[in-house]
Write a protein that binds this ligand. Sequence first.
Ligand code: ARG
Length: 639
Amino acid sequence: MDDLTTTLQSLGVSDVPKAPNTYPELNPFDLYRSHLATLLAPLSGQDASVIYPALQYTNTLDKGDLVLPVPALRIKGKKPDQLAKELGEKFPEDDKLVEAPTVSGTYLQFFFRPEPLKRVVLPAILKRGSGYGFNPAFGLRDPRDPSKGKKKAIVEFSSPNIAKPFHAGHLRSTIIGGFLAKLYERAGWEVVKMNYLGDWGKQYGVLAVGFERFGQEDELVRNPVGHLYDVYVQISRLQKEEDERSKQLAVEIKGLEGEEKAKKQEELDRIVSEGVDEQARKYFKRMVDGDEEALGVWRRFRDLSIEKMMKTYARLNIEYDDYSGESQVKDESMEKAAKIMEEKGVSENSDGAIIVDLTKYSKKLGKAIVKKKDGTSLYLTRDIGAIMERYDNYHFDKMIYVVASQQDLHLAQLFKITEAMGMKDIAEKCQHINFGMVMGMSTRRGTAKFLDDILRDVGDKMHEVMRTNQAKYEQVEDPDKTADTLGISAVMVQDMSGKRINNYDFDINRMTSFEGDTGPYLQYAHARLCSITRRAEIPAADLLDADWSLLKEKHAIDLVRSLAQWPDVFINTLKTLEPVTVLTYLFKMTHALSSSYDHLQVVGSEYEIKRARLALYEAARTVLGNGMRLLGLSPVERM
Ligand code: ARG
C-alpha cells in the first residue's frame, strides 16, 4: 500500500479517487480535484470528467484553494448563481477533506481542511525532496506504457555569432532557453540542448585575414572570444577605410589625366585585387571549396570560442548537447531543399536569384530570397537545410527556437516554407519562443559586449552591496564566489520577471537590491531557511513523523496551502512556457514565508513544536530550491 493510501485511510477516506491521467501521489491538487469531482457529480448531475478540469487553483488564498466557476459545468435550465447556491447547500458538511464551499456569485470556493492537508502535503514534500512538484510521466509517449520511451524536444537557444558581441538578445535567449530545457527535462522529456552558432559567411574570411595581420597567438589562447572580436573590429576598420578610399579614388580619377591618373588607377586596382575585401572573399571561397588549410584556421577559431563559451555557460548551469551552427549545415541538405522547392513550385526564379513568394499565404510573410544571384546560400537557406537535418538526426516531437522577436518574420517564413515543401508535420512540431528587448544594457565599463563582462560587472556590484553590511559580510566564506552567484541570480531574475514579450530596462541597481522581487531577495529567503535548519540541529529523518497538529497558526496553514500549489504551478508553466509563472509563485510563497517568521519561531520553542515548525520550513526550502533550480538559479546556503 502506498503512503498516500495509508494517509487517506487514517483520515477515514477509504477509496482514493483518481481521475484518468492524474497523479494524486505527486500532486495534492490532483487528489482534491478528483475527490471534489466525484463528490459533485451526483449533486450536479454532471459528469465528473467535466467537473474535474473546471476546478482551478486560486491566486489568492482568501479565495479558497480551488474554485469552481459554475458556468463551466454547462448545465442547462438553471441560472448559474442559483445553481451555485444549490450546490453549496447540498455539499456535505462533514466531508473529511474539504469544507463546505463558500458561494460567491457564480463561483464555489473550496477550502481544504487544514489537518488532512498538512498530513498529505508535508510528508510528501519531505519524501520527494528535489523531485517534489515535477512529473516525469508527462514526457512519456504513452503514460500507461513507459517502455515506449520518452518524447524528444530540441531546444535551440543562445546561438551567438563568433567574433561578434554577445548582445542582449543572446542573453535573453540563453536565460529563457536554459529554463525551457530544464522545464521539459523535469517533465520527463528527453531534451537536446542546441546552440546554433553564427559561424559561417564571408565575415569569417574577413576574420582570418584580420588574424594574419593583427592576431596574436597567445592572446587568442588566453581570451579567444575577446581577442577575435578585437581582431574583427580592427580589420573591419581597415576594410571600411579601403572601401572609402576606393570610392574617393574612383571620383578623383575621372578628373585626371596622364601619369597622375595612372598612379591613382594603380592604387585603386591594388585595393580591388588585394584589399581586405577581396582577400576575405577568396579566403571564404577556399573555405566553401573545402580547402583544409583555410578550414583549419577557421575551425580553430570556432573550437577555441566554443571552449571559452562552455565555461561561461557553465556559470549559468547550462551545458549543451550539440554545438551546431550555420557552418554545419550540409550543402547536400540545402541542395535537396532547393530541389523540393523547385519541384513543388514553392520557389521561383527572379532576376537570377531564387525566391519564395510567401504573400500567397499571407501578405505579412512577404517574399524571401533563398539563393543569391551568385549561387550562395543565406541565413534562411541554412535554416531550411538545418530543419531537415535535425529531423533526420533526432526525430524530435517538438523543436523550440528561442530567438528575439526581431526575428519573428524570419522564423514565420522558415516554418511556412517547411510546410509548403510538404513537411507540414515537421513544421507543426516547431515553435518560435520569442521575447522583447533589453533596454540600456550598458555597464560602468561601457556597453557590455560579452556575457562574461556582463556577469562580472553585476557580480562586482553585488559585492559592493554585500559590503554595506559589514557584520554579515565577514561571515561569508567565499565572498567572491557568493557575489558572483548572487549577481547571476540578479540578472536572471530581472530577465524573467515579466512576460517574455515585454521589453525591460537593464537596471543594475534595482536588480542587485535585496528589497523588492529580485534575485538577491530569493537567494536571501533560501539562505535564511538553510540557517534555520542549521541552527535547529534536528536530523532530517526525524522530521517525517512530526506532529502536524501542532502547526495551528494561520501563518503555518497558509504556508502549507501555498506549498501544496507548487505541482500545479509546474503544470501551468508547461502551458504558458513563461518563467514568470514560476517566479510569481515563488515570490508569493516567500512573502508568506517571511511574514511567518515572527509567528513561527523554531529556535527557543519546545521540542515538538520546534520539530513540526522546522519540518514546515524544510518543506518550504525544498519548494523554493526546486523552483529556483528550475529557473536555472543556484540556491546559496549562506550569504
Ligand atoms: N545567430 C543568430 C543571431 O545572432 C541567431 C540564430 C537563431 N536561430 C536560428 N535557427 N536562426 O541573430
